[in-house]
Design a protein around this ligand. Structure first.
Ligand code: OAD
Length: 258
């Protein structure tokens, strides 16, 4: 753990952090792909294993890529859906779901589209980048629950015939405006902000911890590595989220079943 400039063992959780967690009435957590890494879901930017080390985002995660080769994009997302469907929430997801029950107002904001937070039991959840398991019409962006089974990839929208697409946010697209506005409002009004398993590089999500910092929240980062946020966080816990988050909860609420 890094408290200001001085580094400590992650196991020596500072009393200031534990007291702040216990006293907080409003906690916000922002998560990224690192929170699902221990479930076997690849991150995006980790060298070797990250999706963007093996695939080009421009070919798979932009509206232009979908217009150019909709079948390729559809198949890539189908592959990711299968991968996530086989995965299970890990102790980091469970610890965040438990934290929701410890705090009067806890909100989890995630950039992940894998649905693992929901499967772990998190309920106050803002999914900024959409949901891999939801499908929508590429023309109207209306969510489509079922469509005619044909060989066609992607299938056609039953209302207008346009190709269906995954209901996720691609590069160059705007985020759902209501979700984003709530995320900024909550981040700017919380007592403690936890930033977990995200490289904190992709905007606008990367600005949420900064909004919390500006408003005077205690910002805590949990990550395997240093990020652009690290120098600004009050506490940085270095290590796997699936170990550190349960440890943090057990230290803050020792008598509770976390
Ligand atoms: P990244 O792949 O950019 O970053 C993952 C972060 O998790 C890195 O900082 C890792 O050090 C950290 N990490 C990896 N394993 C960890 C573990 N077990 N415990 C703790 N930390 C761990 O993923 P995101 O920050 O989520 O957007 O990326 C943000 C967005 O960029 C994604 O939502 C996606 C991507 O392109 C779109 O597709 C629009």
């Amino acid at each position: 753990m890094n408290e200001g400039p001085a580094a400590h063992s992650p196991l020596a959780v500072a009393p200031e952090l534990l007291n702040a967690l216990r006293a907080a009435t409003r906690i916000v957590a922002l998560t990224g792909a690192g929170v699902s890494a221990e479930s076997g879901v690849p991150t995006f930017r980790d060298a070797q294993t990250g999706l963007w080390a093996r695939y080009r985002a421009e070919d798979l995660a932009t509206p232009e890529a979908f217009a150019r080769d909709p079948a390729l994009v559809w198949d890539w997302y189908a592959w990711r859906r299968e991968l996530v469907a086989r995965a299970a929430p890990n102790p980091a997801h469970h610890a965040l779901a438990a934290l929701e029950t410890r705090c009067a107002e806890f909100t989890l904001i995630t950039q992940n589209v894998d649905g693992l937070h929901r499967r772990a039991g998190s309920r106050r959840l803002i999914e900024l980048h959409g949901d891999l398991f939801r499908t929508c019409c590429s023309r109207e962006r209306r969510v489509v629950e079922c469509w005619k089974a044909t060989e066609q990839r992607p299938p056609a929208c039953p209302r207008c015939g346009a190709p269906l697409r995954p209901d996720v946010v691609w590069f160059g697209e705007t985020l759902p405006q209501d979700a984003l506005a709530s995320a900024f409002e909550l981040s700017g009004g919380c007592d403690v902000f936890l930033c977990v398993g995200t490289s904190a590089l992709v905007q606008p999500a990367a600005s949420l911890p900064l909004a919390a910092l500006q408003a005077g929240a205690l910002v805590v980062e949990i990550n395997l590595d240093e990020t652009a946020l690290s120098p600004h966080a009050r506490f940085t816990l270095r290590g796997p989220a699936g170990v550190l988050l349960p440890m943090l909860l057990a230290a803050a609420w020792p008598s509770a079943r976390n």
